[in-house]
Design a protein around this ligand. Structure first.
Ligand code: DC
Length: 208
């Protein structure tokens, strides 16, 4: 069985931090799949809009150079990503790349919304990372302020709630906890504690 760790969860839940730390700990390659959707969002917006045809054409031609966009980590890119991610043909265009990454020899860590349910349902270790919307809004707000963006906490909370609703409510690959994913609530723990608990849950899953 390939050592795949699937990490899913809503925006700013801490899944990226946990997934990155697990990848370093186990010496595995790591893919932040949100970045694929963010890149599609940014380039589709520049190419004329977030409609399905434009976004799917961008997704079909996505390559490493396009992923490295200075706007990819901005607030608006998160919103565009969530919107293009609801188009089934966009998701379909990004499947091969994610499957190949997950299937590489020796294993991999991937984080996103549908890793444990769609991309790698066979993963032996799955985590669903969550935190309250208020904690997530506060984390994302601090990150964006540090990046130099002007945004209020209230607007950030509204963004997070809207993104949760869209990501959970879409018909293709919605954000949902896989039946066999272990829950990790990071609302009240430090990064170190979250990582320690994540490791424990992974070891527990592997021992099953
Ligand atoms: O993880 P993130 O916040 O960078 O993701 C941005 C958006 O991309 C998210 O709101 C929904 C979408 N996404 C997705 O639909 N499926 C994934 N596997 C990863 C991200």
């Amino acid at each position: 069985m390939n050592f795949i760790i699937a990490v899913d969860g809503p925006a700013a839940s801490g899944k990226g931090t946990v997934a990155g730390a697990l990848a370093r700990h186990y010496g595995l390659p790591y893919l932040d799949t949100g970045l694929l959707y963010r890149a599609v969002g940014v380039h589709a917006q520049a190419a004329g809009g977030l409609d399905e045809a434009t976004a799917a054409a961008v997704a079909q031609d996505l390559n490493a150079a396009l992923l490295d966009h200075p706007k990819a980590r901005t607030r608006e890119a998160g919103e565009w990503a969530s919107r293009v991610a609801a188009h089934p043909t966009v998701r379909a265009a990004l499947l091969d790349y994610q499957h190949q990454f997950a299937g590489q020899h020796g294993g991999a860590v991937l984080d996103g919304r549908d890793i444990g349910t769609v991309i790698a349902p066979q993963a032996p270790a799955k985590l669903f990372v969550t935190a309250t919307p208020e904690v997530r809004a506060s984390r994302r707000w601090k990150q964006l302020i540090e990046q130099g963006e002007q945004v209020s906490y209230d607007d950030m909370l509204a963004d997070i709630l809207c993104r949760d609703e869209r990501d959970r409510g879409r018909s293709t690959a919605p954000l949902v906890r896989a039946a066999d994913a272990a829950l990790l609530d990071t609302s009240e723990v430090t990064i170190e504690l979250a990582f320690r608990e994540a490791r424990r849950l992974v070891e527990e899953a592997l021992g099953r």
